[in-house]
Write a protein that binds this ligand. Structure first.
Ligand code: FES
Length: 152
């Protein structure tokens, strides 16, 4: 069966029509609504590439039925570019720009959520927070440094 519903993405309403009832939020955000900064990695909740914020909480969009996100505030990595690059995006560019970049949108969302609750996170707290994100290019120290810079 198909369903029609509305999502709130980065503060704006987004109408979804004719979606399969089981379509996940990752697919709907990327393929139906064009939020392609959300990355499709493992599709199984293991890599963190698809992380978005739902009501401020980091959530792997590949594991959430899109229809279940109705009425919740969803933030995607596109928020880092509007209206201009914010501290998280700027810090990632400086400290993690040498990598392939695939994991950065999800890590950026995680950093954003962490810094919203903890303005001066310790290295251990950052490492623990980002432990669910797979980066194949760079050591965790890069992301610890980026998070600390974004917090300044
Ligand atoms: Fe969702 Fe990997 S694509 S966690």
């Amino acid at each position: 069966p198909t369903v029609d519903f509305e999502l709130t993405v980065n503060g704006a309403p987004q109408r979804v029509t004719g979606a399969w009832v089981g379509e996940n939020l990752l697919f709907v955000l990327r393929e139906r609504l064009g939020f392609t900064a959300v990355k499709d990695g493992c599709g199984e909740g293991e890599c963190g590439a698809c992380t978005v914020l739902m009501e401020g909480r980091p959530t792997t969009a590949c594991l959430v039925p899109a229809v279940a996100a109705t009425g919740l505030a969803i933030e995607t990595p596109e928020v880092h570019a509007v209206p201009q690059p914010d501290p998280v995006a700027a810090a990632l560019a400086v400290h993690a720009g040498a990598g392939c970049g695939f994991c950065l949108p999800g890590i950026g969302m995680e950093m954003r959520a962490l810094l919203a609750h903890n303005g001066k996170p310790s290295a251990a707290a950052i490492r623990e927070t980002l432990s669910g994100h797979r980066c194949r290019c760079l050591p965790p120290e890069r992301f610890i440094a980026a998070t600390r810079d974004a917090a300044k």
